[in-house]
Design a protein around this ligand. Sequence first.
Ligand code: PDD
Length: 286
Amino acid sequence: MTEPLLAYVNDGFVPLEQATVHIEDRGFQFADGVYEVVACFNGTYLDLKPHLQRLQRSCAAIEIELPKPMAELEYLVQEAYVKNPFEDAMVYIQVTRGVAPRAHVVQQKLIPTLIITVRELPKPSEKKVQTGMKGITLSDIRWKHCEIKSIALLASVMGKQEAVRQEVDEAFWLDEQGHVLEGCATNIFAVIDEVLVTHPLDHQVLGGITRDMVIEAAKASDVPVEEREWRMDEEGLSECMMSSTTNAVMPVCVMDGQAIGGGKPGDICLKLRAYMLDQLQALRDA
Ligand code: PDD
């Protein structure tokens, strides 16, 4: 018999099949909550503290109290890995405002809902690394607080569905001037005149933890980095790459049907990816 997956719900671990929240949970009624996705490699989390700090910032931004003190949250996330059968895992943490009769405004103090679930870490296939990802661009239809990791992901779901319809891997949002912001679940970079360029952190992009890793990898590899607005049609654009917890950094070789650079993964992306995979391997060996 295979081991049942265990999920944490509010005050304990239960088999995933029995893990439920109330229908009047505000996460369900209003998408009134925030989340994190963290990767764990053979028992060692990648950047757990920065992820939990971002969760804390997301909670603070929508005035939800962190459901547990930081140290306890960290312990529970570690426990969630230990109680589930995966070597490399993707751990999902969600906090909602809690349960209350449905009304937009809540005046009473609620107990936030906390859930933690664990799944096998999905990894891009070696073929994708060699051929690169394909993307499309879409006008940004999201709200104006993308720096908050909100569970209200309808726009991203629609963007991803459109990507699937067009047989590509990711959809990237453009602002009204055509600047490339980020993907539905990824940050995006371009190499323009040998400089790694990505949109600055503001209300239009999530401050990806992997985005920081890519910037660090670039600095360590003597690749200059510029955080500025950029467009797909800029002269000198030779590479694109996307980053997220589940992808590390991956080349994007086609956008809206047009090949980028030679339509093959670029040297800078492959260099940064190799640097980051070494770091992930070091975590596995730790
Ligand atoms: N998505 N931008 C958006 C809109 C995201 O949803 C994500 C992550 C990122 C990358 O962030 P990070 O490097 O911290 O994973 C950027 C996660 C993986 C998800 O929703 O599944």
